[in-house]
Design a protein around this ligand. Sequence first.
Ligand SMILES: [Zn+2]
Length: 308
Amino acid sequence: MIGFLGGSGIYEALDLDGVREERVETPFGDPSAPLTIGHLGETEVAFLPRHGRNHEFSPTEVPYRANIHALKQVGVERVISSNAVGSLREELSPQTIVVPDGIFDRTSKRPQSFFEGEESEGIVVHMGFADPYCPHLADHVAAAASDALGNDSDTEAKESAGDAANGTERTDGTRTVAGGTYVCIEGPQFSTRAESEFYRAQGFDLVGMTAIPEAKLAREAELCYVTLAGVTDYDVWHDREVTLEEVLENAAANREAITAALREAISTLPAERECDCEHAISEAINTPTEAIPEETREHLSLLVGEYL
Ligand SMILES: [Zn+2]
């Protein structure tokens, strides 16, 4: 099963067949909303709006652990998420869809792990996180997005042919970009100009508020994880004033583009995973099994049960 975590602006599932709603309880509380589960062709898809159906959870308040746990519980193995992001690069203009390959964490108030807190007492897990997104799934999703929407070189070719003036058709202006570093800030405020310039100087590409801890938790849950990041505007470093109307227009265009990319990615996804995500935790548990308290084992049984 494929999981889809919808970001800002995406509160409803794709057009799935045979849809059912499932309320899932987790040891980490309730997820943002009940899961919507249905079929896209042969593939079963579980959808969850990250911020809740009415956008009631701020980036700091999103129940990230419950969301990932709930997806794992219903049988999800691969998660495709979407993020609304600001651009730190002139060339990543609004309505660009980016599949990032790096994350820089600037959050400070969120639980970062399933293996922390009172109920997870007595177990230490050090998970590798050098590549925060599943490289295989990212390659697949980037290629699917490019097929569905066109990519950088297509756009240039179209523009030079004079087709770009053809109005607002999404395919005329769409660009997809593979790779890039997403800096995740705590929010809810946007960056200061000094912060934005700092991120640019580091070579980061996008700024958003939700990649962390979602990507970390997906890895701990041995799920493949990737993001389709839709650029809604330039971050504050840019001197161009953007109106709210433009941001909303860009968000709407991104929603359509992300949905199209997602459908293409899911319908062409190989049945078997070819990466190491499904064994991510096997070498990461530092505490000997016999030293882990019984209550902790119960609390974490879905995540580490097979290794203890
Ligand atoms: Zn993977």
